[in-house]
Design a protein around this ligand. Structure first.
Ligand code: GLA
Length: 654
């Protein structure tokens, strides 16, 4: 069985509604609900006074109906009394504005008062419900950092100094790492350092990068404080906190090791044709964060959200297709925000499993149909074995490559998506790895712009490329070290030898500019970036034609016996990128999925099962190649937003 359910906020409703909720949950085959995420003010209406009786009643009712509970520690939205009594808990923006209560997440992550009160509430809840028979899992806080990830207040400044003192030990080491000889920024003591609030011009890149790391770590400390308290009282019960896909402020690699069940909230835009690819990438990250452990799709929308300019509804079938996509890419649970659509508050127009318009609706029919199907769908429970292909993803790089004052304004996520897309379209399974990952399991590793690279990361990549792995590295890799400093004497470090190239000068391309390319890969076009690249002993697979870079290599390949190391000095157009990826997969001897499907039809492999998902609003057909010599491929078709699952031998099981 795959978990099925959603956030349940019974405190928004009169208790007379609860029985109806439970009856309809049973009708929808709901197996797990997340309770209490935003109920701090209802559980602790004034400081130190706890009112759990209402929560007792609803948990008992859920248990009687056989519905399991992912119980929240309720700390995501501090109640008004808290910031009234302790106004210093209110966070401050970069511009020095104090954010007020009246929305949610209005707390400074470094606030000792917030941590103390949040941890106390988590402990009280754990004590009361550790033995409750409905308890399946603990849900710590909610979407850490979603609205407030960086706080610039004085309390944060004190914590930042402590963090820096631990990292650097002496202020001289800090001065060295941040390069404070530049612009007269030398610090005489840690006391002189502040959070990098609004400033007249470019801030110190090292300070900003450390502040990003500190801010992610401070949220992690909030999580740890609650998690430790809950674990001490309720050992053995798994614990989660919900991630948000590729979320820049929080380094999920660092967090993942401390979380029993990885879970994710995912709200792709139904109006964006790229959404299936974007969602697939997040789902692959979630599986990779847990090293292949099944994860839970903790929140998605039954239909529209309410926080875009225009909130497109999901056409019939899309919600089901995206749910199966999550399962195909490692999820063992599909949950929604939220169970019953609110009639009050800021999210009245966010869709829910049970819509305003009731049960005689297309949306409710889709929910109950999916709930029914997932009862019979086996959860793997097991770790999913690594894919053959990996993409490197690194938060230090994300924080560094998007700072101001660089050769061009680049979007790290766009660069990574650019390389994920052709793999997604070809149905090639992809894991994400980080610079500290063991790469031994992979045949192909793609490194899109690992801008900030420690010497050890460069060595890992060089060793992978030189010992039989197939490596693809793109421009703006190994440009700075981990503190943002450049190494005099050139870019790429020892990767220059692995790749067989040297960079002479960057030629970033203005918006909409195109550079022409030609060579063994055929004619193509590059955008965004180019460089004057010199090949030492790499084969030139494409060179720039025309303009100041006429004749310079654009794409190179250096053979290392069993594998090859590729370098790409631009953002290639779709056709060129596809040609590069085909060659790289062939260098790495990556096996194909055996399914040939048209654009818009996704192929994802989980264990022995292949999921085929039609993301288009038309019928589509696809072919399954059995791999038995001259056997003719089997032809199948799928209706609009249809899903099918193939067992190993090619039989349809859904
Ligand atoms: C997030 C939150 C939910 C809700 C949804 C709306 O995922 O966790 O509480 O606000 O967004 O999309």
């Amino acid at each position: 069985m795959i978990w099925f359910g959603g956030d349940y906020n019974p405190e928004q409703w009169d208790e007379s509604v609860w029985d109806d909720d439970i009856r309809l949950m049973a009708e929808a085959h709901v197996s797990m609900v997340t309770v209490g995420v935003f109920s701090w003010s209802m559980l602790e209406p004034s400081e130190g006074n706890f009112t759990f009786e209402w929560l007792d009643r609803i948990l008992d009712k859920l248990h009687a109906a056989g519905i399991r509970v992912d119980l929240a520690t309720a700390t995501a939205s501090p109640p008004p009394w808290l910031t009234h009594n302790y106004p210093e808990v209110l966070p401050m923006t970069e511009q020095g504005v104090r954010l007020q209560a009246g929305s949610r997440q209005q707390y400074c992550p470094s606030s000792p008062v917030f941590r103390r009160l949040a941890t106390r509430l988590a402990s009280e809840i754990a004590q009361r419900y550790a033995g409750h028979p409905a308890l399946e899992m603990w849900h710590i806080n909610n979407e850490y950092g979603c609205h407030l990830s960086h706080c610039y207040c004085d309390v944060s400044a004190v914590a930042f100094r402590q963090w820096l003192a631990i990292k650097y030990a002496t202020v001289d080491h800090l001065n060295e790492a941040w390069g404070t000889a530049f612009w007269s920024q030398r610090y005489g003591s840690f006391e002189e350092i502040h959070t990098p609030s609004a400033a007249p011009y470019f801030k110190n890149p090292g300070q900003v990068l450390d502040f990003d790391r500190f801010s992610s770590d401070e949220l992690l400390e909030c999580f740890r404080s609650e998690a430790q308290a809950v674990r001490a009282i309720s050992p053995g019960v798994p614990l989660t906190t919900n991630f948000m896909g590729f979320f820049k402020p929080v380094d999920y690699w660092k967090w993942a090791a401390e979380i029993d069940v990885i879970s994710d909230d995912s709200y792709p835009d139904p109006a964006d044709p790229d959404s299936p690819m974007i969602a697939a990438m997040s789902r692959d990250l979630m599986r990779s964060l847990g090293s292949g452990k099944p994860w839970i799709l903790m929140e998605q929308a039954a239909s529209a959200v309410n926080w875009r300019d225009v909130n497109a509804a999901k056409p019939e079938g899309m919600m089901r297709a995206w749910s199966y996509q999550a399962i195909a890419r490692g999820a063992d649970g599909v949950l929604f925000f939220q169970w019953r659509q609110s009639v009050r508050g800021g999210e009245r127009f966010h869709s829910a499993m049970l819509p305003h318009t009731g049960t005689d609706t297309a949306s409710w029919r889709s929910i109950t149909q999916l709930g029914r199907e997932l009862v019979d769908m086996p959860a793997s429970g097991d770790r999913i074995s690594p894919a053959s292909t990996a993409i490197m993803f690194d938060w230090d790089t994300w924080w560094s490559i998007e700072q101001p004052g660089l050769p061009a304004t680049l979007s790290y996520l766009e660069l990574v998506r650019g390389w994920y897309r052709p793999l997604y379209e070809a149905g090639v399974a992809v894991d994400f790895v980080n610079p500290a990952s063991d790469l031994a399991a992979y045949k192909v590793v793609i490194v899109p712009s690992l801008f900030a690279a420690a010497a050890s990361s460069i060595e890992t990549l060089a060793a992978f490329g030189e010992s039989g792995g197939t490596l693809l590295v793109t421009f703006q890799t190994a440009i700075t070290d981990e503190s943002g400093q450049l190494t005099p004497g050139g870019y790429l470090g020892s990767l220059a030898t692995t790749l067989g190239v040297r960079i002479d000068e960057f030629f970033p391309q203005p918006h909409r500019h195109e550079v022409q390319m030609n060579g063994p890969l055929g004619r193509g076009v590059g955008t965004v970036w180019a460089e004057r690249l010199i090949s030492h002993d790499a084969e030139v697979m494409a060179h720039f034609t025309g303009g100041p870079l006429q004749g310079c290599p654009a794409v190179t390949r250096k053979s290392w016996g069993a594998g090859a190391s590729w370098y790409v000095a631009t953002e290639p157009d779709d056709r060129s990128r596809k040609a590069i990826i085909e060659q790289v997969l062939s260098d790495g001897k990556v096996e194909e999925s055996g399914v040939v499907a048209p654009a818009g039809v996704e192929v994802a492999v989980r264990g022995g099962r292949r999921f085929i998902i039609n993301h288009t609003d038309r019928e589509q057909s696809f072919e399954v190649h059995t791999g038995h010599g001259a056997d003719a491929p089997q032809k199948h078709s799928l209706g609009a937003y249809g899903v099918t699952v193939l067992a190993e031998q090619g039989a349809l099981v859904l």
